[in-house]
Design a protein around this ligand. Structure first.
Ligand SMILES: [Zn+2]
Length: 491
């Protein structure tokens, strides 16, 4: 009975609001001053609907920092008037260059961003330039140059014994190359997405190939642990203190070792399975997830279905397995919360968000299609289901060409909980700061909204109450320092 009643109240509020909105429009304005007052009332009423409505900036430090930040934003708009980076593909070198030179990016880097709630482990997040520099300089790193699939041309691999066939030693090929830098750049290109991939008919296929070409280098223990350690260091340098990951980060030993230097840094896992699986395999994955969750519910927080929604199985296709898993969880007196990719699509026919809501998802990955469904959006808002918005990912994989038109603007402005996430930044050579740059520049945000977005990444995490309090306390200390820095910056 609770929900229908809540919905009834919301409908009333909405109706009340619409009535109030009418009063903004006056039949007669005394003068321009009177008109401007009405105009301002309307602007304020809209702002009161935004996700950051409950946040107040401190009148001295934060308000001053906001003034400086907004002035810098204006300068950035002027600097990029001819070529506004969020309006162009992040894969274009020019876009990345312009963002990388921007003082706004530096600010986004320094800003304590809280946690990352949507990313696919070290493989998708780590620095692939480091990988090429380290792994391909080992004396036993090979590349496949045959035509078979798999292993697929260009696949890299480290192994003790020469694999034979059409596998060649990288060191030999590098020696024979005219230009070593160009040779290495090509290797880097083969495991990342960039300008060279812009005109491909199917970017998802190339995206998958970037992973496939690199897996064979991670089988080397030293490379894998070095890659993961570097990634963890980079996260902390980016002022990220927490992560809920869908893929491995190198194992508990590496994380514990890292936590000795960074005791505040915490990690949790979302068990994720590909939508390409058969129903039987999905049932097995769900059983495995239940076992892992039962063994360590603090560490394994739930389940996700990932991979390309437009070409693979829907949430509904697995409904039998998902309901069965809920039943099994109940019998074991545990839960298996869903943090589910849904609505990463431009198709109206994609109904994954609808099923994610019915299945009581804790958060929704991407949720691009949500804006087409006003009732679903209202339910998501009422139930405080956070949308894991990944701006650059959505642009790179072809869902939103110009980020000024990303549906997240609607979610943020209408109070739907949003968290900003990087998805697979190692593949498109970005960091979470680049996503924040795009969001800040393209969605009309200010310091208040940035503060709320950073806080949301801890508030909508799976941490328990005490963990959240501690994490928010740590975040607040860093935030105060960030504001002080911002107030000294560019006087
Ligand atoms: Zn994802």
């Amino acid at each position: 009975m609770k929900r229908p009643f809540t919905f009834f109240i919301c409908t009333l509020l909405f109706f009340g609001c619409s009535q109030q909105e009418k009063s903004f429009v006056q039949k007669r304005y005394e003068d321009v001053d009177d008109y401007m007052k009405a105009r301002n009332r309307l602007i304020q009423a809209e702002l009161a609907m935004r996700i950051d409505a409950g946040i107040t900036l401190t009148p001295e430090e934060e308000e001053e920092a906001n003034r400086r930040l907004m002035a810098l934003k204006q300068e950035e708009i002027e600097r990029t008037r001819e070529y506004f980076p969020p309006a162009h593909s992040f894969l274009k070198s020019k876009t990345r260059q312009l963002i990388n030179q921007s003082p706004i990016l530096e600010i986004m880097k320094r800003m304590p961003k809280g946690g990352i709630l949507h990313a696919h482990g070290s493989v998708a997040m780590g620095d692939r330039y480091w990988l090429i520099e380290q792994a391909t300089y080992l004396p036993n790193c090979y590349i496949y140059q045959g035509e078979e699939e798999p292993p697929r041309r260009g696949t890299l691999r480290i192994c003790e014994e020469p694999p034979g066939g059409e596998w060649f030693l990288i060191s030999d090929l590098r020696k024979a190359a005219d230009d070593t830098q160009k040779f290495d750049d090509r290797l880097y290109q083969s495991v990342t997405l960039g300008e060279e991939d812009l005109d491909l008919p199917d970017i998802w296929t190339e995206f998958r190939k970037c992973f496939a070409r690199s897996f064979g280098m991670f089988s080397d223990k030293e490379i894998w642990s070095g890659f993961c350690r570097k990634m963890l260091r980079d996260l902390v340098e980016e002022n990220i203190q927490y992560i809920e990951t869908r893929g491995g980060l190198g194992g508990q030993k590496i994380i514990e070792e890292f936590q000795r230097d960074h005791p505040e840094f915490k990690v949790k896992y979302i068990y994720s399975a590909s939508r390409s699986l058969s129903q039987e395999k999905m049932a097995e994955s769900l059983d495995q997830a239940l076992d892992e969750r039962a063994a360590d519910p603090d560490l394994v927080i739930g389940f996700d279905l990932m991979d390309e929604e437009d070409k693979m199985n829907t949430n509904l296709y697995f409904i039998n397995d998902l309901l069965e898993a809920r039943h099994k969880a109940e019998q074991r007196s545990i839960t298996l919360p869903l943090y589910i990719h849904s609505g990463e699509s431009n198709w109206m026919e994609n109904e994954n968000v609808l099923d994610a809501i019915l299945l009581d998802a804790k958060r929704i990955g991407h949720g691009i299609t949500l804006f087409k469904h006003p009732l679903l959006m209202q339910i998501v808002k009422d139930r405080e289901i956070a949308i894991e918005v990944c701006p650059i990912s959505n642009q790179v994989l072809g869902y939103v060409a110009d980020l000024r038109n990303h549906p997240a603007v609607l979610y943020i402005n209408s109070g739907v909980p949003v968290v900003i996430c990087p998805d697979d930044p190692g593949i498109w050579k970005s960091t979470l700061s680049h996503d924040f740059y795009a969001a800040f520049m393209a969605w009309g945000l200010d310091l208040k909204c940035l503060k709320k977005l950073a806080m949301n990444s801890l508030i909508y995490s799976a941490m328990d109450h005490e963990e959240k309090e501690r994490a928010l306390e740590f975040w607040r200390e860093k935030w105060v320092k960030f504001i002080a820095w911002l107030n000294k910056y560019m006087v």
